[in-house]
Design a protein around this ligand. Structure first.
Ligand code: 5GP
Length: 144
């Protein structure tokens, strides 16, 4: 890619960070925000994002990327406990060709169970009631 696309302040995750769109929040600190994916690829699918306006791996600062990775690890530990999962899949996609659909950097933290495949992306929207219950479980495991 010769010229890197600019960060778009109107992307969905920027709106969630500004409180302009609802989200099932799980955790927040000064540099990161965690909420549940509305189209979960498995139950309890969480997204970890930086508060800084980074499009993806190509423009985030190393410090913010390291912090997001640290929070993703904490969420992975909590998700194993909260959902009694057998494993965790961590995904981070960059640019359209890399599978990125929302252009604010995010790390997917997805609970996994033996023999259970991931659902395709954006295949089924979860209900607010189910997401609220899952978010509460994860917050408890995180000590929030
Ligand atoms: P990507 O494909 O860019 O790696 O992942 C974007 C993710 O954002 C997808 O898993 C998709 O389900 C999720 N997503 C898209 N729109 C919304 C939304 O409005 N709210 C939430 N919580 N997740 C969203």
């Amino acid at each position: 890619m010769s010229t890197r696309p600019a960060y778009d302040n109107e992307n969905i995750f920027a709106k969630i960070l500004r409180g302009e769109m609802p989200a099932h929040k799980v955790y927040e600190d000064d540099r990161a925000f965690v909420f549940l994916d509305i189209f979960p690829r498995a139950p309890g699918h969480a997204l970890v994002i930086p508060k800084a306006p980074a499009r993806n791996i190509f423009d985030i600062t190393p410090e913010d990327l390291a912090h997001v990775a640290k929070v993703a690890q904490t969420v992975a530990h909590a998700a194993i406990e909260a959902y009694d999962a057998d494993g965790i899949t961590v995904i981070q996609s960059n640019e359209k060709a890399g599978g990125q659909e929302v252009f604010h950097l995010h790390v997917h933290v997805i609970p996994r169970y033996e023999g259970q495949r991931l659902k395709p992306p954006a295949s089924e929207m979860e209900t607010p009631e189910v997401l609220a219950g899952q978010a509460a479980k994860l917050r408890t495991a995180l000590g929030q």
